[in-house]
Design a protein around this ligand. Structure first.
Ligand SMILES: Cc1cc2nc3c(=O)[nH]c(=O)nc-3n(C[C@H](O)[C@H](O)[C@H](O)COP(=O)(O)OP(=O)(O)OC[C@H]3O[C@@H](n4cnc5c(N)ncnc54)[C@H](O)[C@@H]3O)c2cc1C
Length: 488
């Protein structure tokens, strides 16, 4: 339980005096912020604050610090492991901070409140001939939420994560101070709040890069039967910067069943790999197809799609937010040298624990030199393959699925891979050490430095004992104990 000095009613009335935005303790409002997209973790705060300004966030954090209450920032809630939730504390619903402040076309940047959705940003930018360099495939998330995770798109091998394209942040620190930070000014805070999951500060405003876009895109849909050929071609395309976007989707095909070995039938599954290779262009006629494709080793050129850029950037499908189901989504970043081995093992295992016909599986490419944020762990190799699988399972069937996914995570770690922390992640302390490797000591130091009371979003990260005990020694009391988590 948090070391709060105030009762629920006094927290409500105190906060009502301190912030201009809405403060609520109704059952309905608390229930609405107690879950996330994953549907697996449930935590209930005591109070929800819907800030109207950065000052509201600062006042709420100052109050939390004075009362020894935990506080977390929740945006669109699309993370899967309770990253934004908190038990018995104050929850800031950041979606009310959603104003666009400025588009600077001369210097190619924009500045918005952190709770602004990417949909709103893209809708405002496209008519001006500009676009943020990297877009995720879901626009209903917020800029603050993806800057907390990283934010990857199909061109991240060129431009890095969204966080890598951040130029400046207004941050509320754990003491309730409002600080402007950039890569040069207050850079340590800047570098840890980005991809920091609300652990080191709360972003209230974000300044972010823009790029001018070309009016058309051409996408080649190429089928590969051979994983090695696909991975080699991806490496070639990335190293030669031949593509403006690369995405792979893996499709299983049942080619019969075998009765050999054990009881019953074993489906014989052949996986096919579809690469979607996109180039941006001033005119589709300008694309030199021969130069682009002639040395690639695909089995079949399936389709060519020409689109206006503003249509191309839109997410392909709306993803439903299912009730009663769990989304243990897994993304792993593999050193290219082991990608084939890991993916083959994963594809072999997938049909044994999820419905492989309805589970999207795919891949993307990253380049270590374009991902620079220290809170975004990357494998040590230059070329990195992202592999994702996105199962939706009924909650009663979650446990065996989670066990298998955890085994895949362990295998990935053994092979030098890292996990994306914005989707589903269930790590114990040794797992966290693995995830951050040599940087783990620094993560603990930064936590002690920027959140010495441990009030910011506890529960998702597990820290070293030393970091926690120092937090407990703070004058305002026992550190806030980790909140209870329940499987919803
Ligand atoms: C359908 C779907 C598609 C997705 N596609 C992609 C994709 O293409 N690429 C990709 O990279 N990811 C993708 N994701 C993952 C998603 O982008 C991340 O989980 C992201 O963090 C969600 O943002 P959100 O606004 O929902 O934030 P939330 O889930 O509400 O919060 C996420 C984290 O950010 C913190 N946070 C939120 N706002 C702030 C703030 N203002 N200051 C400090 N911390 C804050 C929270 O405390 C929490 O730790 C996808 C997820 C889904 C469900």
């Amino acid at each position: 339980m948090p070391n709060n000095l105030a009762s629920k009613n006094s927290i409500l009335s105190d906060l009502e005096h301190l912030v201009e935005g809405e403060v609520s303790t109704t059952e309905e409002d608390l229930a609405a912020v107690s879950k996330d997209f994953g549907g697996m973790i449930q935590k209930r705060p005591q109070v929800v604050v819907r800030p109207q300004s950065s000052l509201d966030v600062a006042n709420a954090v100052k109050y939390a610090a004075a009362q020894g209450l935990i506080i977390s920032s929740k945006a669109a809630g699309h993370s899967c492991s309770g990253q934004s939730l908190n038990q018995d504390g104050i929850l800031l619903d950041m979606r009310t901070l959603n104003q666009i402040h400025e588009f600077c076309l001369d210097d190619l940047w924009f500045k918005v409140d952190s709770g602004t959705t990417w949909r709103k940003i893209v809708d405002a930018s496209l008519p001006q001939g500009v676009v943020p360099p990297v877009l995720t495939n879901n626009f209903d998330v917020t800029i603050g939420g993806t800057h907390s995770a990283g934010g990857l798109g199909q061109n991240s091998f060129l431009y890095g994560s969204q966080a890598d394209n951040c130029l400046g942040l207004e941050v509320v620190t754990a003491t309730g101070e409002l600080v402007w930070c950039t890569p040069e000014e207050n850079s340590e805070l800047f570098n840890h709040v980005l991809c920091g999951y609300g652990q080191f500060g709360i972003m209230t405003k974000i300044q972010h890069r823009l790029k001018r876009y070309r009016p058309f895109t051409r996408t080649y849909f190429l089928r590969y039967d051979d994983l090695d050929a696909l991975l080699q071609d991806e490496r070639l395309l990335v190293s030669e910067k031949r593509a403006d976007g690369l995405l792979t989707l893996f499709s299983p095909c049942v080619l019969g069943a075998s009765r050999a070995g054990g009881n019953g039938f074993k489906p014989l599954i052949q996986w096919f790999y579809r690469m979607q290779l996109t180039v941006e262009t001033d005119s589709p006629d300008d694309v030199n197809e021969e130069k682009l494709l002639s040395d690639l080793k695909f089995a079949r050129h399936v389709h060519t799609e020409d689109l206006n850029f503003d249509k191309f950037v839109q997410p392909i499908a709306e993803v439903p937010h299912p009730v009663g189901e769990a989304n243990p989504w897994l993304d792993v970043f593999l050193p290219a040298s082991v990608a084939q081995e890991f993916i083959e093992i994963a594809l072999e295992r997938i049909p044994t624990f999820v419905d492989f016909r309805s589970t999207p599986v795919g891949g993307f490419c990253l380049a270590s030199n374009s991902i620079k944020m220290p809170m975004f762990p990357m494998p040590s190799e230059e070329f990195v393959i992202g592999f994702g699988m996105y199962p939706t399972v009924p909650k009663p069937r979650l446990q065996p699925v989670a066990e298998q996914l955890n085994r895949l995570t362990e295998l990935a770690f053994e092979m030098g891979a890292k996990r994306y922390m914005g989707s589903w992640l269930e790590l114990d302390l040794p797992g966290w050490r693995h995830q951050f490797g040599e940087y783990w000591g620094q993560v603990n130091e930064m936590k002690q430095k920027y959140d010495p009371q441990g009030i910011l979003s506890p529960g998702f990260f597990q820290y070293e004992e030393a970091a926690l005990s120092r937090q407990q020694a703070q004058p305002l009391g026992e550190a806030v104990a980790e909140p209870q988590t329940t499987v919803a």
